[in-house]
Design a binder for this molecule. Sequence first.
Ligand code: BGC
Length: 393
Amino acid sequence: MQFPKNFYFGAATAAHQVEGGNRNDWTEWEKTNAQRLAAEAEPKFKHVAVWDDVKIQAQDPENYISGKATNHYHRFEEDFDIAARLGHNAHRFSIEWARVEPEEGKFDEREIAHYQNVIMALRERKIEPFVTLWHFTLPQWFSKMGGFLHPDASRLFARYCAHVVSALGGMARFFFTMNEPEIYASNAYWKGVWPPQKKGLGAYLRVNKALMRAHNAAYAVIKKSIPSCTVGIVKDNIHFQGLLAPLARWWWNHRFLQKTRFDCIGLNYYFGGCDTKQKSDMDWSVCPEGIYRVLQELHRYTKPVYITENGVADMRDAMRADFIKNHVEQTAKAIRAGVDVRGYFYWSLLDNFEWDKGFWPRFGLVEIDYKTFERKIRPSAWEYARLIKDSRQ
Ligand code: BGC
């Protein structure tokens, strides 16, 4: 497989899923919903292939409390040592807004210093930092005022982004304003499965628009303060098939990109409409050709593309190595076809807190023992390391 010189290979995480000790809209929601989620687990997940192995955990309310998560907040150096041993030359992580701005307009400089240390730890290991400014969780003060539906939301979001980038912009070059706006809008305002659990077309459409406005406002202030940094948006795009595919593609894959400004695109790709029998532990169909198709769809924007997430829940580590190899192969094919892809980040470096499903899905290159916080590198992580090494020869 041929990759451009300086191609980035690494893995991704998100603050709330790995850090531990957070206080935000999710931690509140977890407290009031853990019992319910545990009670609903059986009817919801009984069909997944690993149900017998995970049912005790999935039916335990503790599974749905992020708590200490992987304790990455205190163990990031150890985790980056692992990433470096595995040959990663880039790492994507997110800033926890609620830590940095715990009260409206009051910024906690100690937390900013923490993220400066995170970036320094990456740089010391020759790992390029890719910073996501918002990955789904909100400070409580912001969610209480209505979150992104508040009329002043984009100004407040842009102010937070500007504050972070002015402190970190000298140390990192790549910033993404937000992660997967479509997933956030649909889970939180349409399906009602994430906080604030709204289920209505009106609010769903309004929040979609509000996220575009917030991104554009953040893009403008960041570029004004540090014109040299690269500011992108992370999109979750799907390989749609069937009669309604063109409509779905427009609404889900393209609309946000058509209405916003950005210097690069982050692509998160998990599944597509392939005719395949291979399913992850979460019952998502594995479809490597789909990543080639969605990459091709991004060609029209003539901007660099980074695959900011691609991964599989696979507790037995039986399919992860092939999953990575096959998706990376399809990425190489897209590059040969002319798409300007510049990086690939596996999701995730560590097992982590999978939102309303809690801790049972296992996405990590590194297995976490949630009782001892011991890290164990999975065999597939070494296979990925070999692939990275071979691609550099
Ligand atoms: C999100 C991650 C999540 C992953 C797997 C993406 O939608 O960005 O936070 O863990 O998918 O579900």
